[in-house]
Design a protein around this ligand. Structure first.
Ligand code: R5P
Length: 282
């Protein structure tokens, strides 16, 4: 088995190769003058079984991801397992308004044309995998890796910023060996959220806020502000997918004492590797 990757989630692919002993093959990826993507694996052939690691975010990386599958098939790959650490378009899981594209379904149907098996990590709504039209799709979780990263670091409470993230917070807290709770969030716009004032006992506590995605940072900043109001001593934020749109990371660094995320997307704070979860599933 070989592990193939392009320009996204390279550190995860390298870690995966180290843990499994599988050879890592990094694609040559470049852009033509008009912006179109070029992908090549500089080999005569690849193993019959390959794992392709790549994100479906951004749109450019999505094309790279699809082209990697064709390049691998052209070199003899017969069974492809696709690992999509951050599944872009996973949040549009309904037609909220008439006439909208059902993006999650579109992406899963098209990926199923290219691959044999799919592994994702912390999908916003894991049940979208029903649209992958082949057996063998599984959503993994970064919660164990996040929990192990913070175990023994003095965390008193793990907090989800909303009810939807409460189970993830409980899973992380279980590994750390502390309690978990959640706040109540209302989304006002794409960039604005409101946290309902809470009666949570956070006074003097070291709190870890855990979410699946940090995008604009609005959710975590609002949650951290609420924790400060409640007298929390130390507030750290962790997530699986750090998108950090615009100046989100700067805002978060001001609002929290620490920010860290998994290496599903690569950035300056993506120091928690989910490779062991992926290696187990492979
Ligand atoms: C939404 O329900 C998600 O779990 C995240 O809370 C959300 O995507 C975070 O977005 P932002 O960082 O823009 O507040």
């Amino acid at each position: 088995m070989m592990i193939l990757c392009g320009t996204t989630s390279k550190s995860l692919a390298r870690d995966l190769s180290g843990r499994t002993g599988a050879t890592l093959l990094e694609a040559e990826v470049r852009r033509f003058p008009d912006g179109e993507c070029y992908v090549r694996f500089d080999r005569e052939s690849v193993d019959k079984d390959v794992v392709i690691v790549g994100n479906t975010y951004t749109d450019g990386n999505l094309v790279e991801f699809i082209l990697m599958h064709d390049a691998a098939r052209g070199l003899g790959a017969e069974k492809i397992i696709s690992v999509v650490p951050y599944f872009g378009y996973g949040r549009q899981d309904r037609r909220f308004l008439p006439g909208e594209a059902l993006s999650a379904q579109v992406m899963l149907r098209h990926i199923a044309l290219e691959t044999d098996r799919l592994l994702t990590i912390d999908l916003h709504k894991p049940d979208i995998l029903r649209w992958f039209t082949k057996p063998g799709a599984k959503d993994l979780t970064a919660a164990p890796a996040i929990g192990e990263h913070f175990a023994g670091k003095g965390i008193d409470l793990v907090l989800a910023p909303d009810k939807g993230a409460a189970q993830r917070a409980a899973d992380v807290a279980h590994i750390i060996g502390c309690n978990s709770d959640h706040l109540m969030k209302t989304r006002i716009s794409d960039i604005e959220v409101k946290i309902t004032p809470s009666k949570l006992d956070a006074k003097g506590k070291n709190v870890l806020i855990v979410d699946d995605i940090i995008s604009t940072g609005g959710t975590i900043v609002a949650a951290s502000n609420e924790l400060r109001r409640l007298g929390a001593h130390h507030v750290t934020a962790a997530c699986t997918h750090g998108l950090f749109v615009g100046n989100a990371l700067e805002k978060l660094k001001k609002a929290c004492d620490g920010v860290v995320c998994a290496n599903t997307l690569e950035n300056e704070v993506s120091t928690i590797s989910v490779a062991s979860e992926v290696a187990k599933a492979l």
